[in-house]
Design a protein around this ligand. Structure first.
Ligand SMILES: Nc1ncnc2c1ncn2[C@@H]1O[C@H](COP(=O)(O)OP(=O)(O)O)[C@@H](O)[C@H]1O
Ligand SMILES: CC(=O)N[C@@H](CCC(=O)OP(=O)(O)O)C(=O)O
Length: 266
């Protein structure tokens, strides 16, 4: 199956035009790709945490996750966000199937980093047969990034990380739908979109503080995916109703993330 992994960011979710969902169903119906949606929901999680008085902080764009935070993350992602995306797809004529990384053991997690992030995980294994089975029935999988380890302990996976891992397993093209037109840099005192970004430039931009916060897991996950047989990765603007379809048709749009070798660096 020719998959396209579409990571839908919480930053843009509430502002996405209806045509975004229509385009996903068109991409499937016209046979461009079988879409797989992986979604975040950072702003909703933050709002719910604030309401319940639970404090959380970020390290390099990753939310430090205590047991209390994890409960809220799961509620927001696997509940509200996941089902709203399935409902939006339905209104656009598509058949979404909502699941988290826990369901069918789609994603197996391992703890991320040195433990200072709490219950934040990385993906050790993706059971792509779960996706294949849904796609064979013409469902559009809609995945929330919660996963278990081999003992059944749950983890909060950053949605960019989960999307990249799923794209790696499916060897699929990958796009990150966010609230910016791509990686923004300062050019002659004005903000400009970097249309292509290679590994070495990306690391320099992180060190310089130009790429920060939630953009860090996005670019790092994209680079890792490209190193693991993902053919293409781009950051697209969800507010531009044509960007997803343009990417699906092979046009260069947003920021194309590239490995150094691809970009001509040694
Ligand atoms: N150089 C950069 N160019 C564009 N956005 C950046 C950059 N550095 C940091 N960001 C931030 O990254 C955000 C996107 O990441 P995030 O908030 O996690 O979004 P999403 O929910 O779509 O994953 C942008 O809204 C912007 O505030
Ligand atoms: C570990 C980690 O950072 N998890 C994220 C999961 C949601 C997410 O990634 O949402 P966006 O795509 O909207 O950023 C979080 O708790 O916010």
């Amino acid at each position: 199956m020719n998959y396209l992994v579409i990571k839908c960011g919480g930053s843009v979710f509430e502002k996405l035009p209806f045509s975004f969902y229509q385009n996903i169903t068109k991409i499937q119906r016209h046979g461009y790709f079988q879409p797989v949606i992986v979604h975040g929901g950072g702003p909703l999680i933050s709002r719910l945490l604030e309401k319940t008085g639970v404090k959380s902080s970020f390290i390099d764009g990753l939310r430090v996750t205590t047991e209390e935070v994890l409960d809220v993350v799961e509620m927001a992602l696997s509940g509200t966000m996941n089902k709203q995306i399935v409902a939006n797809l339905y209104k656009a004529g598509g058949s979404g199937f909502g699941l988290s990384g826990i369901d069918g053991s789609l994603l197996t997690a391992v703890p991320a980093g040195d433990g200072s992030l709490g219950y934040v995980g990385n993906v050790a294994f993706v059971d792509d047969t779960v996706i294949d089975n849904l796609a064979a029935k013409e469902f559009i999988p809609v995945v929330s990034p919660i996963a278990m380890d081999s003992t059944g302990q749950k983890y909060n996976i950053n949605a960019d990380v989960a999307a990249a891992s799923i794209a790696e397993a499916l060897k699929a093209k990958l796009c990150f739908i966010s609230d910016i037109p791509g990686i923004l840099i300062d050019k002659d005192g004005e903000q400009a979109v970097l249309h292509q970004a290679a590994s070495n430039e990306i690391e320099q931009l992180i060190i310089a503080g130009v790429i920060k916060g939630g953009m860090i897991p996005k670019v790092r996950s994209a680079l890792r995916a490209l190193e693991n047989q993902v053919p293409e990765a781009a950051i697209l603007n969800g507010l531009d109703p044509d960007s997803l379809m343009a990417f699906a048709k092979g046009e260069e749009i947003g920021t194309k993330i590239m490995l150094n070798t691809e970009a001509g660096y040694v």
